[in-house]
Write a protein that binds this ligand. Structure first.
Ligand SMILES: Nc1ncnc2c1ncn2[C@@H]1O[C@H](COP(=O)(O)OP(=O)(O)OP(=O)(O)O)[C@@H](O)[C@H]1O
Ligand SMILES: [Mg+2]
Length: 256
């Protein structure tokens, strides 16, 4: 199972990705949670202790490793380098494991426009393709908000995109954009999860907008989830929310 979790900013992608990862891990799956957001915070949501988080180095910042894999002397970035770096050992070697979930933090690559090719970029792209095409684990990718970064590398191997939405027109508009883009990129399935719902009318508002059979379920608005956004805490401790995500996970297994 390989899924990419997308949606508008702040809808709850990271919260959902973290709970889903913990649920797969609790069932004994090998889970690789991938933080693909440059503003990385999945480790916190997964409940990683602060001292472990402090030691995490994003892949994009591992200059020496990138230089070695791409055959680029570190003092001459931008010259000739290998376009096909070895990446298959990176997930195991550079992930951080806690509570049964392995976390891989991708980091940011400063790009000089869409045509930019630099060693970091090449390595991250190859690594992303590897994760979704060859890696044997359950892979859950917590994506950056919006749709601009949803490229072929992610799309070509995932089983599905899950778009997190909330009962508001803007997040539903993002769902539409993701759906269109996913069609262009050849992603087989696009599902939605309604988060922060407060009542039946919120559920109906979301359902009315979405295509039939795309909504995997709902997660209620919860003060506990808000309060769990603290160091050394995780939304996974909130039993009701975890139960709701369990139902969504069951639904996901029925449709993928
Ligand atoms: N079900 C919920 N009930 C209440 N608050 C929630 C719920 N889900 C998420 N939140 C809160 O909303 C905020 C944004 O959540 P989260 O970081 O998971 O969203 P995101 O989509 O990953 O955001 P970003 O686009 O910045 O990456 C957090 O403060 C989180 O605690
Ligand atoms: Mg996030």
């Amino acid at each position: 199972m390989k899924i990419a979790i997308t949606g508008k900013g702040g809808v709850g992608k990271t919260t959902f990705a973290a709970i889903l990862s913990r649920l797969y891990a609790a069932e004994g799956y090998r889970v690789l949670a991938v933080d693909a957001d440059p503003d990385a915070n999945l480790a916190l949501a997964l409940g990683f202790p602060e001292e472990i988080i402090a030691k995490i180095i994003p892949i994009a910042e591992m200059k020496e490793m990138i230089a070695e894999r791409t055959n680029t002397p570190s003092d001459s970035f931008g010259k000739m380098f290998k376009l096909n770096p070895q990446v298959d050992d990176i997930p195991e070697k550079y992930c951080t494991e806690y509570n049964g979930v392995k976390l891989l933090t991708m980091g940011t690559v400063e790009t000089g426009g869409s045509g930019c090719v630099c060693p970091e970029h090449v390595l991250l792209k190859k690594l992303t393709s590897h994760l979704v095409l060859q890696n044997k684990d359950v892979v859950i990718m917590d994506m950056e908000a919006g749709i601009e970064h949803l490229g072929r590398g992610t799309a070509q191997g995932v089983n599905a995109f899950i778009v997190v939405v909330e009962p508001g027109a803007r997040s539903l508009q993002t769902y539409d954009k993701v759906k269109k883009l996913a069609q262009d990129l050849g992603v087989p399935k696009v599902f939605a999860v309604g988060n922060k719902v407060k009542n039946q009318s919120d559920r109906e508002y979301i359902l009315k907008y979405l295509d039939a059979n795309t909504c995997l379920g709902f997660i209620s608005y919860s003060e506990e989830v808000v309060n769990s956004d603290r160091p050394d805490q995780s939304p996974f401790t909130n039993a009701k929310t975890v139960e709701e995500v369990k139902v969504i996970k069951q639904q996901l297994s029925l449709v993928t």
